[in-house]
Design a binder for this molecule. Structure first.
Ligand code: NAG
Ligand code: NAG
Ligand code: NAG
Length: 907
């Protein structure tokens, strides 16, 4: 008994400690960092993985897809709102005032890349170091900026202000703790690429008039790029981003000139060759071995920088193009990033503390990772492996794919897709606890047996099984999931396992931020490998089926458009019974149309191409739905009850906007009742008064007869008795049509007009504007829509901003290239006009705060994907179809085109 109780306490405290550790690991992403982080620099959350703000979930049964409806009734769990994952905005980290390198020196540095860190101390403006990328969704964080005057004095401003000092730490190639044995390196598949079905439509020759219009549009897109680029070069050259309103800059991506690297291939494709060559001189100056940031955001760095360099190399002619600096820089960066895979299970660390002191410590992959960050490194490292013929780059990402593949086969809660947050550490904490428990028990048994022995009576079997043996026996059973074992004594015990969901909370499944590009990469990676690795096709087919079965929904919208969006599902393990479905609309998810289109083509699934069209059309609809003509970042719609037969139902929509509508109606009814009673009471009193007056009149009229004809006044009605007899009159408004409030008060007024003779004081009473009158359902709706600028059909708009994102035009472009339907060019043009109208500044384009109004405010932010992706997709929509032909190229999630293999390949 006693022992059992003690055991309970033990478990209880263990649970608390594990929970606290979990919180720490959540905050620090890698368990290592808490100890080692030195500078108070926060990590920028990944762009694609910025989770939209959470929403308290309420679903009507009727909204569930049929699949789930069949099994409902079991009571849907209402999850508490997810914790805000808003990144912390830190104070300005200490920045030394001496870390500016003169242009002259950095040019010299260029000539001798071996000694890049000579620096001259110069006065420099106190630089703000702004990492908060996710703040883009909100307002501008209040940070100090270098004075504008400083910048304008020399045109290029404090150009090299964030360059490192010679004393700054630099990354050095580390000794690997968990190297992959040479003979176990997974090689690139070799062979002749498969014959892959054609992606692009066979375009006819266009009419001269069409060509003229198309090229005119293309020129306008190029002009937009030119203005943004010139602004960046003038005010932010060498920095990550231009601040397009204040004409300054910021460095959220390690300060390695993110916009510049991200834009290279766009410049080339648009024929801005001079700008391209100029940018290359800046590329040569980038030093990836050091940064003001203590951590490298691995996903962002891979898709923007590594992807940008590789694609620029590919589009500019590869080996024959004569721009070897691009490949050199890509390799330099990749070598640094390879350090993130040095974990026992070879799953990557996602925020890489590159500082040599930290790097020397062994680490595990994070216990909390987003699917997108883990799975979206594949294309960049694979393409680099192909170009350099180095299998190690492919090995690094192939192991991640294998882990996803193994997990898909092992089974996830929603079969085929993965939960948004996953444990990549490779350690099974459940098994770990079991082991510890076994160990403790065996220790106790040993103590007992020793005691027993002391007493002289013992069979000594018990003590033979030492705790150490127990551990070994158990871990052997669990350790086959992945080959690499936790051999480093500096790491705590680990019972191996594959990827798993987090141990706590509901699992979330969706296609939006934090998940998107992992799914996007399955078919694209298959293409990049010439179809020679069948795992990617299988992964994609399963994903496609799961999305169609669980996530896609047709929204109920006023014009009955036949469109699709992808929802998000929360489940605690039994989605058939406990699914919480959020009918969301997010800009990030708009890539999905393109993915279904592309996958549908290359795997010959025509139905998926149709799904792709409806998804793409959904985002086009979302653009057209707002006052500004631009889609909001994150919102919710209502799902159709039946996707095949769906009509706009105002009543249902209004109820959704005003869930407490019935209470509202009751209150209003009760209010009218009270008013009625009050009025009736007053009326009674009036009646009495009237009668008295009449009586007085009579008395006056028969004044002469006063003496002879007496009136008996004793029968005057008792007012209280009269009141109780008044019949309750229910307000009539309820029986009438939608527009209830007015009619109700009208009818009340008209009834009060029937009081004759004596002037009724209530006649002029304005019930509708009576401040005590509760608001009616209809008026509540009107007020809510007017105040929040809610576009038709929307239930909520959680984030009204637009941060120059590309996903919608991306899918429109895929649709155009796949179907050849020029309608997509028209749709795209409307989007382009709306976007440029609201975002253009003198020197670039800015994120805006509210797409629901006609005049949004500019947020002074221009993410590098504006030039890397958004403008590129617009430009390609109006290019000849053989520019970045999808049958020759495959684009990464940052719109960087990689060359698809055409001949036998392999390293
Ligand atoms: C973790 O360990 C538990 C208990 O031994 C086991 O049931 C479970 O399957 C393991 N999980 C994985 C993903 O291997
Ligand atoms: C020895 O055994 C007796 C009963 O057999 C028990 O009461 C006593 O507590 C034991 N002694 C020890 C030291 O465990
Ligand atoms: C409209 O919605 C309301 C509330 O959900 C429902 O009672 C009504 O039947 C619907 N009307 C039609 C025509 O479906």
């Amino acid at each position: 008994m006693f022992r059992l109780r003690r055991y309970r306490y033990y478990v209880f405290f263990a649970a608390i400690i594990v929970f606290l550790l979990f919180r720490v690991s959540q905050n620090s992403k890698e368990w290592e960092e808490t100890i080692t982080a030195k500078l108070p620099i926060p990590r920028a959350p990944s762009r694609k993985s910025v989770a939209p703000p959470p929403r308290i979930f309420t679903t009507q049964d009727g909204d569930l897809p049929q699949k789930i409806l069949d099994n409902t009734g079991k009571g849907k769990t209402k999850y508490p709102p997810k914790k805000e994952t808003t990144p912390e905005i830190s104070e300005d980290p200490p920045v030394s005032s001496n870390d500016r390198v003169s242009d002259k020196i950095s040019d010299k540095v260029n000539e001798d890349p071996a000694k890049p860190h000579l620096a001259v101390d110069e006065k420099k403006p106190a630089l703000a170091y702004d990492h908060d990328e996710a703040a883009t969704v909100k307002n501008i964080p209040s940070i100090k900026l270098p004075s504008k005057n400083n910048l304008e004095q020399d045109g290029q401003g404090a150009k090299d202000a964030t360059l490192p000092k010679p004393t700054d730490p630099h990354w050095k190639k580390p000794e690997e703790h968990f190297p992959v044995p040479k003979d176990e390196i997974i090689p690139l598949p070799t062979g002749k690429p498969l014959k892959i079905p054609r992606v692009q439509y066979s375009f006819d020759k266009e009419f001269p008039k069409d060509k003229e219009r198309r090229e005119a549009r293309q020129d306008l897109v190029r002009a937009e790029m030119k203005r943004s680029w010139d602004g960046y070069i003038k005010y932010a050259r060498g920095h990550d981003e231009l601040r397009p309103v204040t004409k300054t800059f910021r460095d959220p991506f390690c300060g390695w000139a993110a916009t510049l690297v991200d834009s290279l291939d766009t410049l080339w494709i648009m024929g801005l060759k001079e700008e391209f060559e100029d940018a290359l001189t800046e590329v040569a100056k980038i030093d990836f071995t050091t940064s003001k940031r203590t951590e490298i955001p691995v996903f962002e760095t891979t898709i923007r920088y590594l992807g940008g360099l590789i694609a620029a190399y590919d589009v500019s002619g590869g080996e024959d193009g004569g721009h070897s600096i691009l490949l050199d820089k890509a390799v330099e960066l990749a070598e640094i990033l390879m350090g993130v895979f040095d974990t026992p299970n070879r799953m990557p660390i996602l925020y890489y503390n590159w500082n040599p002191a930290t790097m020397s410590q062994p680490k595990r992959a994070p216990t909390t990772a987003s699917v997108a960050e883990l799975g979206s490194l594949a294309m960049e490292f694979t393409r680099l492996a192909q170009i350099t013929k180095q299998n190690k780059y492919y090995d690094a990402v192939a192991r991640i794919t294998d882990a996803f593949y193994e997990w898909q086969e092992r089974g996830t809660t929603i079969s085929g897709i993965f939960p948004e947050r996953i444990d990549a550490s490779g350690c099974n904490t459940t098994a770990q606890r079991e082991l510890e428990e076994a160990q403790r028990k065996s220790e106790e048994a040993q103590t007992k047996s020793e005691d027993d022995e002391a007493n002289g009576s013992r069979d000594s079997n018990m003590k033979k099984r030492s705790p150490v043996e127990a551990v070994e026996v158990n871990s052997e059973r669990h350790s086959k999931a992945l080959k690499m074992e936790a051999t480093d004594p500096a790491l705590p015990e680990c019972v191996s396992q594959g990827l798993t969901p987090l141990a706590w909370g509901p699992e979330q499944y969706g296609m939006g931020g934090s998940q998107d590009s992992t799914y996007e990469y399955f078919p694209k990676q298959w293409l990049l490998l010439g179809g020679l690795e069948p795992k990617y096709e299988e992964l994609h087919r399963q994903v496609s089926q799961a999305v169609k079965k669980w996530l896609l929904y047709r929204p109920m919208v006023p014009d009955d458009s036949d469109i699709l969006f992808s929802a998000k599902i929360g489940t605690r393990g039994e989605p058939e019974h406990d699914a919480n479905i959020q009918y969301e609309v997010t800009h990030l998810t708009c890539f999905l149309g393109g993915m279904f289109g592309l996958g549908g083509r290359i795997f010959d699934i025509p139905a998926d191409v149709e799904v792709g069209k409806k998804l793409s059309q959904g985002c086009v609809w979302a653009y057209s739905s707002t006052e500004s003509g631009i889609m909001p970042e994150f919102a919710h719609l209502l799902a159709c009850e039946d996707a095949d037969y769906c009509h706009w139902n105002e009543t249902r929509y209004n109820i959704e906007l005003d869930p407490s509508y019935d209470k509202r109606e009751e209150e209003l009814e009760a209010w009218y009742d009270r008013k009625e009673k009050l009025k009736a009471h007053k009326k009674e009193l009036l009646e009495i008064k009237k009668k008295e007056q009449e009586a007085a009149l009579l008395r006056k009229e028969s004044q002469e007869d006063r003496e002879s004809s007496r009136v008996d006044n004793d029968n005057a009605q008792d007012p209280v008795k009269g009141f109780s007899q008044i019949r309750k009159r229910a307000p009539t408004y309820k029986d009438e049509d939608e527009d209830t409030g007015h009619r109700a008060s009208d009818s009340v007024r008209s009834s009060s007009k029937q009081v004759p003779l004596v002037k009724d004081e209530e006649d002029g009473e304005d019930l509708e504007h009576d401040p005590t009158r509760p608001i009616s359902h209809a008026n509540f709706i009107k007020k809510k829509i007017a105040e929040s600028h809610l576009p038709p059909g929307y239930v909520t708009v959680e984030s009204k901003s637009y941060i120059l994102r590309p996903e919608a035009i991306e899918s429109v472009w895929y649709m155009y290239r796949i179907t050849g339907d020029e309608e997509w060019q028209e749709k795209g043009w409307k989007m382009f006009k709306a976007i440029t109208k609201h975002t253009a500044t003198e020197v670039g384009n800015s994120a805006i705060d509210n797409v629901l109004i006609a005049e949004p405010r500019k947020n002074d932010e221009m993410e590098s994907f504006w030039q890397a992706e958004t403008l590129k997709y617009f430009y390609l929509l109006y290019s000849e179809p053989d520019v970045i032909n999808l049958d020759e190229w495959v684009l990464n999630t940052e719109a960087h085109p990689f060359k698809r293999p055409t001949t036998y390949f392999g390293a």
